[in-house]
Design a binder for this molecule. Structure first.
Ligand SMILES: NC(=O)c1ccc[n+]([C@@H]2O[C@H](COP(=O)([O-])OP(=O)(O)OC[C@H]3O[C@@H](n4cnc5c(N)ncnc54)[C@H](O)[C@@H]3O)[C@@H](O)[C@H]2O)c1
Length: 350
């Protein structure tokens, strides 16, 4: 028990609660403190785990028994808190999108390089079983040469959404593209490498979000001629996750995330070798989301010096560079070339 690394979670909303449970359950970490500016939220989560509660995030950085900081606050606070935490020598798990734009992301990544501690970005879908299987199939050549990616990801927001931080341009930094879109872009990069060119259309179709979009449509060009297309939004009245990967010999369709997104499944379709019969096989996954614990385990491995599979600062910067280009493309109405992100460096990626 005493060997366990102490963790503080800053921001006790939906995601902070998941992080707290995961940190408490992992055999290498122990939850010490939860913090939220809404004291009742921190108190509730603290009582669930029998740990301390606070309302000022700075107190977490004065605790000697805390070496790991999870930052699950609104987007505008991710980078300022992250930079301060790294300066005090803490390992940091920062929620996606890692910052409101690539400039903020770069400042954070630079601080992590100076600090020499682990900075991980929360892109948990890379740990989702169906997508892990899909990626292994693509790498094994099961669908031949990769040619296209197509994704739809969305939920139906509640009217109260218009009063929350996600509807505040300053706090959120972006709409659906920066919220769900970053997950899709990260998955596209995982399958096809960095995007090279971006085109986009944004729409504010239903919600009163000022200048923020409630829907984003993106078209991305990758190396080797791969094309990716996506639609994300908060007007998907029945929650939806659909991710298709097409090769010249077959296709993979991952659907559902469990719960309100429907059962998680993977359908593999193989192009007929001869004749017309298409081979179709399906895998179904349990309605238990293990991505939170798998992601945490990867983070814990990293701060034990074992390297990290996903969510490096470079992964995060790559996503923010693509998302910034998508926003620029939507504003200009033309395709925008995406500058290559700096090469991976440091101890954070393997
Ligand atoms: N990895 C994922 O799958 C995933 C999913 C959803 C959201 N997120 C990210 O997680 C972060 C939080 O999203 P959420 O849905 O949990 O939001 P939320 O609104 O449910 O929770 C945010 C919490 O932060 C608290 N907070 C605000 N300012 C604070 C401060 N200065 N100090 C401490 N706490 C403060 C709020 O009171 C609130 O309880 C966002 O960056 C979001 O993009 C990640």
């Amino acid at each position: 028990m005493s060997d366990r690394i102490g963790v503080a979670v800053i921001g006790c909303g939906l995601v902070g609660a998941h992080r707290a449970r995961t940190a408490a359950a992992d055999e290498r970490t122990t939850l010490r403190l939860v913090i939220d500016t809404q004291p009742q939220r921190a108190a509730l989560l603290a009582s669930e785990h029998g740990v301390d509660a606070g309302s000022d995030w700075r107190t977490a950085l004065t605790r000697e028994d805390v070496s790991v900081i999870v930052i699950s606050t609104p987007n505008a606070l991710l980078v300022p808190i992250g930079i301060t935490a790294l300066r005090t020598g803490r390992h940091v798990l920062i929620e996606k999108p890692m910052g409101r734009n690539v400039t903020e992301g770069r400042a954070l990544a630079a601080e992590a390089r100076r600090a020499g501690t682990v900075l991980k970005v929360g892109f948990r879908h890379r740990y989702r079983e169906s997508l892990v299987q899909a990626r292994a199939m693509v790498r094994a050549g099961t669908i031949g040469r990769l040619i296209q990616l197509r994704a739809r990801y969305g939920y139906g927001a509640r009217p109260e959404h218009e009063q929350e931080w996600r509807a505040d341009a300053e706090l959120a930094g972006g709409g659906a593209l920066l919220d769900e879109g970053v997950h899709v872009v990260d998955l596209f990069h995982w399958f096809a490498g960095p995007a090279q060119r971006a085109q986009a259309e944004l729409q504010t179709a239903v919600w009163d979000l000022g200048r923020l979009e409630d829907n984003a449509f993106g078209l991305l060009r990758f190396g080797a001629g791969v094309v990716g297309q996506f639609h994300v939004g908060t007007t998907e009245w029945k929650n939806l996750f659909s991710f298709e990967i097409r090769g010249d010999m077959g296709a993979i369709h991952v659907e559902g995330l469990g719960g309100s997104y429907g059962p998680e499944s993977l359908t593999l379709t193989r192009r007929p070798q001869s004749g017309v019969d298409v081979e179709v096989s399906r895998m179904d996954f349990a309605d238990h989301d293990s991505s939170w614990s798998a992601e945490w385990s990867d983070f814990a491995a990293a701060f034990h010096g074992e390297g990290m599979r996903h969510g490096s600062p470079e992964d995060g910067l790559q996503v923010l560079a693509t998302v910034d280009a998508l926003y620029a493309a939507a504003r200009s109405g033309s395709a925008i070339a995406i500058a290559p992100a700096p090469p991976p460096r440091g101890i954070h990626a393997r």
